[in-house]
Design a protein around this ligand. Structure first.
Ligand SMILES: C[S@@+](CC[C@H](N)C(=O)[O-])C[C@H]1O[C@@H](n2cnc3c(N)ncnc32)[C@H](O)[C@@H]1O
Length: 325
């Protein structure tokens, strides 16, 4: 396996985000900071929960549709996976398409390198080149990959963590990273429907075993560990609610009582009932997903859902069918 690129150290980003976010009238810490090693492990545990339908539903669609994806994109591509996590879904794609290389990209560096090593062992002969980076910022595509035609892979509905304008910016950035003649396979969780009531959505983000609550609380543990915080994490309760107006699940950490604490070199106070907003998970209709693609310079080539229309998998092509003015 080739050597990974230098790890992007985001400690100062984290400190700045916590300082700025906790100074807002609605306190906020962006969701990308969930993913230290403990956060990545907790997310893996979430994917196995009975309430968390997205992972098993997306795996079902990908298993069925991998041959169609392979027929469209052809062999010999470098697969660049954005937010690869454990790379658990990746073999389904790699086995179907005869790739030339695999580049997992994730902000959770240690977890990324472990997952990449595991995948490399399962695919002897395939160059596997992990890149520890924030995919919302430009990053260097490893030497040796740059000349290959590319296929982006963005499963897990991670796109849903971004508000619409930022989602379009991200997809535009992916188009630039992937280059001309590229394709993108992207998983997008769907808006509530007949077989997907609001209660099912909320349960997926507030499970009976409290794993999602622990994932949410880990963000405060991370502030304490990395930014010299003295937050009483037990003083917060996890809340997940569907915001119908904005089409998103919101996760919050709600203060159980008035409190003061120190974090990232600053003092903060919170009133009982006040929350820190930690994650949005936008849910899209198929029509909205189509518009996101077009707004970002992608042309939808195919879309598949499960029988209950809970989750969708999309195949988009870079720039195809765009009429030059
Ligand atoms: C919702 S999980 C999805 C994981 C996996 N792709 C799946 O389908 O189960 C989001 C993944 O994206 C990574 N991630 C989140 N924000 C990121 C960012 N800004 N840059 C790079 N990776 C990010 C996380 O570390 C995590 O592995």
């Amino acid at each position: 396996m080739a050597q990974p690129l230098p790890v992007h150290d985001d400690l100062s980003d984290f400190a700045a985000a916590v300082r700025n976010g906790l100074a807002q009238p609605q306190k906020v810490i962006p969701a990308r900071f969930f993913y230290d090693h403990a956060g990545s492990e907790l997310f893996e545990a979430i994917t196995a929960l009975p309430e968390y339908y997205p992972t098993r539903t997306e795996i079902g669609i990908l298993t069925e549709q991998a041959p169609a994806i392979a027929a469209a994109v052809g062999p010999g591509r470098a697969v660049i996976e954005f937010g690869s996590g454990s790379s658990a879904k990746t073999p389904l794609l790699l086995r179907a398409i005869a790739p030339a290389a695999y580049v997992p990209v994730d902000i959770s560096a240690e977890f990324l390198h472990l997952a990449a090593a595991g995948l490399a062992a399962d695919f002897p002969g395939l160059p596997v080149v992990p890149v520890a980076a924030d995919f919302t910022r430009p990053f260097r595509v490893p030497a040796g990959i740059a000349a290959l035609p590319r296929l982006g892979f963005f499963p897990g509905s991670t796109l849903g963590n971004l508000a619409p304008a930022a989602a379009v910016d991200l997809l535009r950035g992916f188009a630039a990273t992937l280059g001309a003649d590229s394709w993108l396979v992207i998983g997008i969780d769907l808006a509530p429907g007949p077989a997907k009531p609001q209660a099912m959505l909320e349960a997926a983000y507030d499970d009976a075993q409290g794993i999602t609550a622990a994932f949410n609380a880990n963000l405060l543990h991370r502030v304490n560990r990395e930014l010299g915080g003295d937050i009483d994490v037990a003083g917060f309760v996890h809340r997940a609610v569907w915001n119908a107006n904005l089409g998103r699940i919101e996760m919050h950490l709600v203060a159980r009582r008035d409190m003061v604490f120190r974090a990232a070199g600053c003092d903060f106070s919170m009133a009982s009932g006040e929350s820190i907003h930690t994650e949005n998970s936008y849910k899209w209709t198929l029509e909205q997903a189509w518009l996101l693609a077009r707004a970002a310079g992608w042309t939808p080539a195919a879309v598949w859902t499960d029988a209950d229309a809970r989750f969708s998998l999309h195949l988009w092509q870079r720039g195809a069918g765009v009429m030059q003015p």
